[in-house]
Write a protein that binds this ligand. Structure first.
Ligand code: E4P
Length: 218
């Protein structure tokens, strides 16, 4: 399973990439706004850190402007994946960019029917938002199960399921058990994945015993 990092904070991405935990990055207009930086600069810096796909989202809502924005974003670096919303204009843009060889991440997916449409439009990735579905008392992970099953039924569909709006470690574990291709994780969730009380207590005991020996390795 590939791990993408869901942030526009360059220092976070750099640190996680040093540990080999970054296969790609996703951003969205809210994350760019949170960074307080110019979008093109941030995307260029992130693309230099990771060779994996870096999703940069269009902000227009009409086809012509979306397509122009998508081409501009793709021009920033060869590893940009253009992110478009799951609207009719978004799917037209997806097909046009895919025909030009640009990978497209179709975002704001909340149903299996939408995911099927995105695959037909040539999306490289579909981003179902599990956390936002859970927030409205709907089973986000059930949607992942449905999309994985539907895509498996039609092997000619090459769209990868990119689990988005991940809020906690169990979202990741469940998505991996279902066979989703990718999960995009906020840095805080990646750090939560690391934690186990037995790791902490085991390390404390090892260090206490080591101290008693009076030795040092270096
Ligand atoms: C990623 O592509 C999405 O934009 C992101 O995961 C949304 O997460 P949120 O629902 O926590 O904002």
């Amino acid at each position: 399973m590939k791990f993408f990092v869901d942030t526009a904070e360059v220092s976070e991405i750099r640190t996680l990439a040093e540990a080999g935990l970054v296969d790609g990055v996703t951003t969205n207009p809210s994350l760019i706004a949170k960074s307080g930086r110019k979008m093109a600069e941030v995307i260029a810096e992130i693309c230099a850190i990771t060779p994996g796909p870096v999703s940069a989202e269009v902000t227009a809502t009409d086809f012509e402007t979306m397509l122009a924005e998508g081409r501009y974003l793709r021009g920033i670096a060869g590893n940009v994946a253009v992110k478009v919303p799951l609207t009719e204009a978004g799917l037209r843009t997806c097909r046009a960019l895919a025909n030009e060889g640009t990978p497209v991440n179709v975002t704001l997916c909340f149903s299996a029917a939408q995911a099927l449409l995105a695959a037909k439009a040539g999306a490289a990735f579909i981003s179902p938002f599990v956390g936002r579905l859970d927030d409205i008392s709907t089973d986000g992970m059930g949607l992942i199960a449905d999309i994985v099953q539907i895509y498996r039924n039609y092997p000619h569909l090459k769209t990868e399921v990119l689990v988005a709006s991940v809020r906690h470690p169990m979202h990741l574990v469940q998505a991996a058990k279902l066979g989703a291709h990718v999960a995009t994780l906020p840095p805080a969730v990646i750090r939560q994945l690391l934690k186990h009380p037995l790791t902490d207590s085991g390390l404390s005991a090892f260090l206490a015993d080591w101290k008693k020996t009076g030795q040092s390795i270096l």
